[in-house]
Design a binder for this molecule. Structure first.
Ligand code: NAI
Ligand code: MG
Length: 354
């Protein structure tokens, strides 16, 4: 089977880590006679913006439509305002393709990576399902009386019945299939419309899944538990903003942003889903060949799962676990001194052993 993959390396270290991910895909293709990948690369991002005034082509969404998946590095760079770069490329793709599920595993792959020396692997192993299409990131709002003393800005969270129900139902479905508990994270005590509604929908949909054991936490308490007692989570469902923040905490307890991945999924498969590391373009280390490519490589594992090539998904993850045992071949964020491309090359050697 052949899969068409659109590459959007983007800015900064985005390019560097996507290169390594593509190496992994090419290695898989070599080892598996039944699998092949075609790539097309799009030069969109901040440099493109500075040349053309646009983050992506005007018909960019049309150009991406026919692909099986999108593999994205990161966007954003000094010189272009972040709200322009993020909204006009990344968030645009998420919304236009209705990639309403963001899957972010919070899994401790190596006990040396967590700041908590008493935590075992089984203490940190859960999945955050983040709403990815609306909520606090709807983009709705207004800037009133700009520059005047009575200046006011409004930023509106949009929680539709359809959007809220489908993400919560997706999460229940996963919890049901995997036999796991489901925790909803919200903030109904302060956000008296959106989060009260969220909590109601969580309860309502739950009636269809009597076998799923549920918990509901306020986001402030959940943030504490992410750090103090992550073992209580199995599957977490939450809103766009809360999921964004909580999963960076999740990265912090499992090895940092160099190891955190996120899949943007349209479960109905009407559009290409998008796979990306959680981290940004890291201007502070860009161009030095020291970015950790393992988050981007983990994204390839998620892509394989999505393609229903689950064996490859597992093999990649196992190889990541193996490489994490060997400091010599890791980048400096994980205590090693290898370059980005050395990690990728070593990784492929490991892969060939499976
Ligand atoms: P960042 O994730 O780029 O960097 C945060 C810190 O983590 C930096 O110290 C960086 O060196 C380190 N880091 C990140 N990825 C790493 C890796 N693979 N290996 C080693 N170290 C790594 O976040 P920051 O600095 O807040 O944002 C930089 C730019 O990226 C901004 O323009 C922002 O808007 C954009 N951004 C884009 C995202 C995306 O495309 N999905 C996500 C987050 C930020
Ligand atoms: Mg983020």
């Amino acid at each position: 089977k052949n899969y068409n993959i659109a590459l959007i390396p983007g800015d900064g270290i985005g390019n560097e880590v996507i290169n390594e991910g593509v190496k992994v895909l090419k290695a898989i293709e070599k080892m598996d006679d039944n699998l092949s990948f075609s790539f097309k690369s799009f030069p969109w991002g901040c440099e493109y913006y500075l040349e053309t005034g646009e983050m992506m082509d005007e018909d960019g969404i049309d150009k991406l439509k026919g692909f099986d998946a999108i593999y994205l590095g990161a966007v954003g760079y000094p010189g272009v305002p972040d709200h322009v770069s993020l909204r006009d490329l990344l968030i645009k793709i998420r919304r236009e393709f209705d990639l309403y599920v963001n899957l972010r595993p919070i899994t401790l792959l190596n006990e040396g990576l967590t700041p908590f020396k008493d935590k075992r692997k089984e203490d940190i192993d859960f999945l955050v399902i983040r709403e990815n299409s609306e909520g606090e990131y709807s983009g709705a709002g207004e800037w009133l009386y700009k520059g005047e003393p009575e200046e006011v800005v409004l930023q509106t969270g949009v929680f539709s019945r359809k959007g809220t129900e489908r993400i919560i139902r997706y999460a229940y479905e996963e919890a049901h299939k995997q036999g796991k508990t489901l925790t909803s994270v919200s903030k109904g005590n302060a956000l008296n419309y959106s989060m009260v509604f969220w909590d109601e929908v969580f309860e309502e949909v739950g009636k269809e899944y009597p076998d799923v054991k549920t918990y509901s936490y306020l986001v402030d308490a959940a943030s504490l538990y992410f750090v103090s007692d992550p073992g209580r989570f199995e599957i977490v469902v939450t809103s766009n903003l809360f999921g964004d923040i909580l999963t960076d905490i999740g990265a912090g307890i499992t090895g940092g942003l160099g190891l955190a991945t996120g899949a943007n999924i349209n479960p109905e498969k009407n559009y290409p889903s998008m796979f990306e590391p959680v981290h940004g373009s890291a201007p502070d280390i860009a161009g030095q060949d020291i970015a950790n490519p393992l988050a981007a490589i983990w994204s390839v594992s998620q892509m394989m799962d999505y393609f229903e090539e689950k064996e490859w998904g597992e093999i990649i993850l196992k190889a990541i676990v193996t490489i994490l045992n060997d400091k010599d071949v890791l980048t400096s964020d994980l205590g090693g001194k290898a370059s980005t491309s050395e990690v990728g090359d070593h990784f492929i050697k490991l892969l060939e052993k499976y």
